[in-house]
Design a protein around this ligand. Structure first.
Ligand code: SF4
Length: 504
């Protein structure tokens, strides 16, 4: 098989992370306490491919680009990075996507700043770009187009862009613009160095193509954009679009045919699917879950990518909707919990008002800590296990704000969850502000981080024991166990050092 357009990425992205998304998260850290190859096996094992090197499952964003190009009539496909050499002598365009090319996004940048060690996703990507196959492609004059959620990071790495011969950066939703760019590249026309996709050229619902092959862990998109408008977030700059249920179900069928028996519903807030502003509505959510569960069957794995804490509280308080979705549609003998990412960001109502005034909507920002606490309680009672983020070092943050966050983390102790501290990264409306780095830490920041690590280690052990029960996970579990005891030891030691450093 020969291809005009090859779409790919490095191994930390082209993996199903042993079907556990949180293991993929670990690929954003540096390989501590074990060799890099073992860390990679643990966090980003190779995916199965067909005879031609096409992965059985690939990142959803790459699948969308592939679908847009195939629908437009191009000879394009996603190829696993290990099989790229088979196409290098014929391809004309190489497209690369990534969530965090250079580890400048959260939480990679934080691990890097804290440990002083390069995160594994960065190492892996740089190794990939320095590989002979990429050099060979450039020698042949192949056009390289990069994009994805981390496209902005190339603007900090213009020298590498030059060195590796990257022709174009696509910053934003790519489905529409890639067709035009690839057409130009194949005709030998000059390509722009940077394309920003704003509201005007973002694809409408009808212009978002259906994926043609399996997506990692069965991820399917149910909506795009977010109405909450947090100042530190770039998603909020995108228009809000709901994907009709019929399209969602067709993408699940594509995954089932690829042998991926399950679905991760992707949205910045799953509960806002066809919502009334920021107020969840039972009818579309019940229809969605009913339809999806019918498709994946009782043994299919299932998760929500993200949900907002305010929507969880509102849905339960007004309609008992969380209990209903979990007990009637989601939980059964094979699905004993539901994983989801949520954002706490701060425990301070004053800071919430400044940087994320609508995150608590329809409740006022003054109630934000109560919203968080109640949502955690609802999730705990309904076997939803959140992986929550807290951001330290917002531009206008005060010591009192951090103390409020510490108090909130204390109150979340009884609830099964993972809480990950992140350092502020300048994005969205705050992109002109400074990065928050280790040198900026106060004693309160260190205390907040310590509390979060303790909370997470306690609950991670419980989650592993009760929820990773299949024998398939035994080697991964053993390695994780070893890693957790190492982390416990290291965190205590490291936090002590940080405390000393900050006091000086
Ligand atoms: S709620 Fe989440 S996705 Fe929406 S704007 Fe805020 S941070 Fe971004």
């Amino acid at each position: 098989m020969s291809l005009d357009v090859v779409i790919t990425t490095d191994r930390t992205m082209m993996s199903n992370h042993h079907r556990k998304e949180f293991l993929g998260f670990a690929a954003t850290g540096p390989p501590i306490s074990m060799p890099e190859s073992l860390w990679l096996f643990l966090t980003a094992p190779k995916v199965k491919t067909d005879k031609t090197g096409r992965p059985i499952e690939a990142p959803y964003g790459l699948r969308k680009v592939e679908a847009a190009l195939i629908d437009a009539g191009f000879n394009a496909a996603i190829i696993d990075p290990d099989h790229l050499y088979r196409y290098v002598d014929k391809m004309k365009v190489l497209m690369i996507g990534h969530h965090d090319y250079f580890a400048y996004g959260p939480p990679s940048s934080e691990w890097w700043s804290l440990t002083g060690l390069e995160p594994i996703n960065r190492r892996s990507f740089i190794r990939f770009m320095n590989s002979p196959v990429i050099r060979r492609a450039k020698e042949r004059g192949v056009k390289i187009i990069v994009g994805g959620p981390a496209a902005w990071q190339w603007l900090y790495e213009l020298e590498l862009m030059e060195k590796w011969g990257v022709d174009t950066i696509v910053d934003g939703e790519g489905e529409k613009v890639v067709v035009e760019l690839v057409d130009k590249a194949l005709k030998g026309e000059d390509l722009p160095r940077y394309v920003y996709v704003g509201v005007d050229n973002a694809p409408g619902v009808d212009e978002i193509p259906l994926i043609k092959g399996g997506s990692v862990n069965g991820l399917v998109e149910i909506m795009r954009g977010c109405p909450r408008g947090c100042k530190f977030c770039s998603v909020t700059l995108r228009p809000l679009r709901f994907i009709p249920l019929e399209k969602i179900l067709r993408e699940i069928e594509v995954n089932l045919r690829a042998g991926i028996n399950g679905a991760i519903l992707h949205s910045e807030d799953v509960l806002l699917y066809y919502a009334d502003g920021v107020k969840p509505r039972p009818e579309p959510l019940i229809k969605l879950h009913e339809g999806v569960m019918k498709k994946i069957g009782e043994r299919g794995s299932f998760a929500w990518s993200h949900a907002s804490l305010a929507a969880i509280k509102y849905a339960e308080e007004n309609y008992k909707l969380i209990t209903r979705l979990m007990s009637e549609y989601i939980l059964n003998d094979y699905r004993k919990m539901l994983g989801v990412e949520v954002g706490i960001e701060t425990g301070s109502p004053a800071l919430a008002r400044k940087i994320m005034v609508a995150k608590s909507s329809p409740y006022p920002p003054e109630q934000w800590p109560i919203v968080v606490e109640e949502a955690f309680k609802i999730m705990h009672e309904n076997k939803i296990v959140p992986a929550a983020t807290v951001i330290l070092g917002f531009p206008e943050e005060t010591i009192d704000d951090v103390v409020k966050t510490i108090e909130l983390i204390d109150r979340l102790k009884p609830y099964r969850s993972i809480i990950v501290p992140m350092f502020f990264v300048p994005m969205g409306a705050l992109k002109k502000n400074k990065w928050f780095l280790r040198d900026h830490l106060s004693i309160e920041h260190v205390e907040a981080m310590k509390k979060m690590y303790e909370h997470t280690i306690y609950w991670a052990e419980e989650i592993m024991k009760n929820y990773m029960t299949s024998p398939y996970y035994l080697p991964v579990k053993l390695l994780l166990k070893y890693f957790m005891s190492y982390v416990k030891w290291r965190v205590n030691k490291y936090m002590g050092k940080l405390e000393e450093m900050v006091k000086k």
